[in-house]
Design a protein around this ligand. Structure first.
Ligand SMILES: [Zn+2]
Length: 56
């Protein structure tokens, strides 16, 4: 076998690492339960607001 190419890149680039929290940071409930669509939208809105303020 030949050596496998390293195609997996972690934490490289401007992207944040995926948050794999099991608890929703918006409603503090388990992400595995309930509907967190609003939570994700809330989070996105907060992110957008933060970005707009920072204006990097
Ligand atoms: Zn939630």
């Amino acid at each position: 076998m030949t050596a496998l190419r390293r195609t997996v890149r972690l934490n490289s680039g401007p992207m944040r690492p995926l948050d794999l929290q099991t608890v929703c940071d918006q409603c503090n409930k388990s992400r595995a339960h309930g509907n967190h669509t609003k939570c994700s939208k809330l989070r996105q809105a907060q992110e957008a607001e933060r970005r707009a303020r920072e204006k990097v």
